[in-house]
Design a protein around this ligand. Sequence first.
Ligand SMILES: [Zn+2]
Length: 155
Amino acid sequence: MFLTVHAIFALIFIKFAPNIFWAFIIGLISHFILDMIPHGEEKTKNWSDEEKAKKLPGIAGIDTTILLIVWYSIQHNLQLPINISFFLIFGAILPDIIQGVYLALTEHPGNHKYTQIHYRIHHLLSKNLLSMKIGIFIQLFTLITSIYLITLLYK
Ligand SMILES: [Zn+2]
């Protein structure tokens, strides 16, 4: 899933995070829960390492920019506690940051235990592969629902 979706989904749980430690843990757990929902990226793991190296940095750059814009407007509108908010998001995107480091710095990222476990989680609930189109729709839906819920809960 896109970092933006992971990050904003985690913010739904801000009330359940009494401090930055728990914010981080809740963010981390929310990452893997969200990864279990089929979301159309499953096929990217079949990209060659070269394809990944070529395409992923650009995608991650755009994704991070959108994440910062959406996060900023939520913070600006709802005045959520910034420390808790930050650590929720940090926990929520860290697993993919680590994955990114593996992709960037190791020769065969697919062979690493971390990558294998991470990808296995994607298929715990469903073995089906979605098309990228339906996956992006699911991600947009999750993002918009998350923004709606956060606004509902914290306005
Ligand atoms: Zn993940």
